[in-house]
Design a protein around this ligand. Structure first.
Ligand SMILES: [Zn+2]
Length: 387
């Protein structure tokens, strides 16, 4: 292992855990790592290493023209697709005078795999068709309707799913080496989707069949795809996040605070609320005051009395019996002067000056923050700003 530079961090971590557990000092033989990830930044295009030409037209129109005038003898189209929560990939190879060859792979549920990953699987299937094609000393084109997949090879190949791009490069390299003496040439070409390019549409149709579960006998697949694919971290994360959001939403709407906020804005919890308090003009303190007012736990006296922090719920400014958020924001006569700007902003938004307008309108947030600051109501004694 000492002689291997790549992947050594992972191995040395394993080895150090092993020595902690056993007291044995790690040697090369303790754990042998077969999963090697290059830690070095690589840009194959800069090194002139790519075993194919990539062609990404400047526009969709140019891409269609390029696809129509393609002169390669063998045309391969690949695609990845999601259907009913499941992901599939396919590749079709056509050559004049021969029946087309196709490969499919059902990747699995969207909770474990992404369409981007499927696009790369499609290219790998296409590469396999190319490398197993008889009379391989020919010119090949591989059409992909996805620019991100096409340009993945120009990146550092370190994103989740890029293990597939690395495998594609390896198969392409081996194929090129085997056919070096012939006139073998491969072009990977972006062919804009949904533009009526026939190969694209065929590949799309086949990828959807794959998503529905069509997969051949595993021996027909490239060796890399004979084992189940690693779960894609991006898909797993997204799935986990969706699950969390659902739980949170359910719990949130069941709480008293959630119900209070729902009265102001029926879409809560929502991006609208987050947007209204995450404007760059608002300080963290402004945002938290507005959130407190929305949720009904701003430190006004009615709330503080309930918490046992003050003796009376009375408004300290005008002496009214109860200082509620609504009293503070809308009714307290002591803040009539400060409230003028709020009324003006409400008129501008063509809204009545209500709690819903004040706390539910993102375009109200800045004026509201100014009002809260101007009243000095929440300024703590001895502090330079509201806390
Ligand atoms: Zn008052």
């Amino acid at each position: 292992m000492a002689s291997r530079k790549t992947g050594s961090d992972f191995c040395s971590l394993l080895n150090s855990k092993y020595s902690q557990l056993t007291g044995i000092v790690a040697t090369d033989k303790v754990i042998s790592c077969t999963y090697i990830i290059s830690a070095r930044y690589r840009d194959p295009t800069l090194q002139g290493e790519l075993p194919f030409v990539t062609s990404i037209a400047d526009s969709r129109e140019d891409s269609i023209k390029e696809a129509e005038s393609a002169s390669e003898e063998v045309q391969v189209f690949t695609d990845g697709s999601a259907l009913n929560g499941k992901v599939g990939a396919a590749a079709i190879l056509t050559r004049e005078g021969k029946p087309p060859r196709a490969l499919h792979l059902a990747l699995g549920p969207e909770s474990e795999h992404t369409v981007h990953e499927a696009e790369l699987v499609g290219i790998l299937l296409g590469m396999h068709l190319i490398s197993t094609e008889r009379r391989g000393n020919a010119t090949f084109a591989l059409g992909v309707d996805n620019q991100a997949a096409t340009s993945a090879f120009h990146s550092a190949l370190r994103n989740p799913g890029h293990h597939l791009a690395r495998e594609i490069l390896q198969v392409a390299n081996r194929t090129q080496k085997r056919r070096r003496k012939g006139r073998y040439k491969l072009t990977i070409r972006w062919t804009a989707g949904h533009e009526g390019i026939k190969g694209n549409e065929d590949a799309d149709r086949e990828a959807k069949r794959a998503a529905e579960g069509l997969t051949p006998d595993k021996w027909a697949l490239p060796p890399y795809l004979r084992k189940p694919l690693l779960i894609n971290p991006a898909a797993a994360k997204r799935d986990h996040h969706e699950g969390l959001k659902k739980i949170w939403k359910k719990e949130w709407t069941a709480t008293a605070r959630g119900q209070k906020a729902a009265r102001i804005d029926g879409t809560t919890p929502s991006k609208k609320f987050l947007k209204s308090v995450s404007q760059t003009e608002l300080s963290r303190i402004d945002a938290s005051r507005i959130a407190q007012l929305r949720l009904g736990h701003a430190p006004v006296n009615k709330y503080l009395k309930r918490m046992g922090r003050v003796d009376s719920a009375r408004c300290p400014a005008c002496g009214d019996d109860e200082e509620t958020p609504e009293h503070f924001l809308i009714h307290c006569p002591s803040y009539a002067h400060e409230r003028w700007a709020l009324a003006q902003q409400a008129i501008k938004l063509r809204k009545a000056l209500t709690m819903e307008t004040l706390l539910g309108e993102p375009e109200m947030a800045r004026t509201l923050a100014k009002y809260i600051r101007a009243t000095n109501r929440f300024r703590q004694p001895g502090s330079s700003d509201q806390t």
